[in-house]
Design a protein around this ligand. Structure first.
Ligand code: KG4
Ligand code: ZN
Length: 345
């Protein structure tokens, strides 16, 4: 008889998705439930922390129940609870952390605290059973843009990160300037397909030859000035571009973002003698980015891995998966685990 599988319940509430997954042995997904708050935040054009916290509170228990039901397991089958405790909106993280602590304590099972960005990297290990090591990982999401170098997902060094806006934030803000929908990334990508990526030469900020940091506030402002002029008035006038002109702006902006993200990830891979590049976070759903990095990584002899869209976007499967790795190494969270909003360097 095969030994019983180690089942983890993962909980993710760092931003605007209340998610819960049941995962065996770090990669067999028995259930993954994601309750998105996107409809609540749409009219504000971004995530409103107070609304996010309240929505997490309302959703957390039903989402946990739904995950257990879909997985056809009960609480007593769980070996541990894994929860995202950093980084993110502190009030949002607190909902997941409190639920996880209460569950672990009442069930008498271990609690594991997971870093959300490392979980985005781990998403690759859920789907790719053999990953060439060492790797460089690019996490590009709505809240963060970070580059890591690693031998293992539990042994990663942060190479750099954004000094201002995150990549996803830049996509969302440009979508708002172009009067597209929210969240903006997929809308910009859709419109960009009709445009010429060489039409407008938006600035690419590389912050020095060997820097692994990112800066996206300049390009966002460049798009704003391109659309409204430098003396942009509040409230802004309606845009008077044709569909083709708008598509050219979207495509040129996306091209500049891809140049920087792909350029820095591959430069980091070269400089650290990595064998592979891993992608994670919502922006890595972007097809232009995937196509470019697939081509250039292959030209440089690098293996490339990325998760499917549902594992690039926020989810709790990656949390349960990384939680399993931590559990195996005895890296448990203390019962007083706190929510930490800022990324600790
Ligand atoms: O990883 P994620 O789900 O949440 C955070 O941890 O922030 O990422 C969400 C971000 C949003 O800013 C969204 O606009 C962006 O990922 N995004 C995209 C695409 N799909 C989602 N950006 C560019 N192209 C896409 N196709
Ligand atoms: Zn995320």
């Amino acid at each position: 008889m095969s030994p019983p599988k180690t089942l983890l319940l993962g909980i993710e509430t760092s931003c605007d998705e209340t998610a819960c997954s049941v995962v065996a042995e770090g990669h067999q997904v028995l259930a993954s439930v994601v309750a998105s708050q996107v409809d609540l935040h749409r009219k504000f054009g971004g995530v409103v922390p107070e609304i996010a916290c309240r929505a997490h509170l309302q959703a957390i228990i039903p989402v946990i129940d739904e995950a257990l039901t879909r997985a056809q397991v009960s609480l007593s089958d769980l070996a541990a609870i894994a929860v995202t405790y950093t980084p993110g909106l502190v009030g949002a993280l607190l909902v997941g952390v409190s639920a996880a602590k209460a569950l672990a304590w009442t069930l008498g099972i271990p609690l594991v605290g997971v870093n959300h960005l490392e979980a985005h990297v781990y998403a690759n290990f859920v789907v790719h059973r053999r990953i060439e090591l060492p790797f460089v990982a690019l996490v590009a999401s709505g809240g963060h843009t970070t580059l890591y170098q690693g031998e293992h997902v539990l042994d990663m060094r942060l190479l750099g990160g954004t000094i201002d806006d995150a990549a996803g934030e830049a996509f969302d803000k440009v979508a708002s300037i172009l009067e597209l929908g929210y969240p903006g990334g997929p809308e910009v990508e859709k419109l960009a397909r009709e445009g010429d990526p060489k039409a407008i030469d938006f600035p690419r900020s590389f912050l020095g030859k060997d820097s692994y940091d990112f800066s996206f506030s300049g390009i966002k402002t460049a798009v704003l000035y391109y659309c409204h002029g430098q003396n942009v008035a509040q409230p802004r006038r309606k845009l008077s571009f044709s569909r083709q002109e708008l598509a050219d702006i979207a495509a040129s902006f996306q091209e500049a973002m891809v140049d920087v993200l792909v350029g820095k990830a591959l430069q980091a891979a070269r400089n650290t003698a990595a064998s592979s590049v891993l992608l994670g976070g919502g922006v890595c759903c972007n097809r232009a980015l995937r196509e470019r990095i697939t081509r250039e990584a292959s030209d440089q002899g690098l293996a490339l891995y990325y998760p499917p869209a549902e594992l690039c976007l926020d989810n709790a499967t990656m949390v349960a998966g990384l939680g399993w790795e931590l559990l195996r190494r005895g890296r448990l969270a203390p019962p007083e685990l706190a929510a930490v909003s800022e990324l600790q360097l």
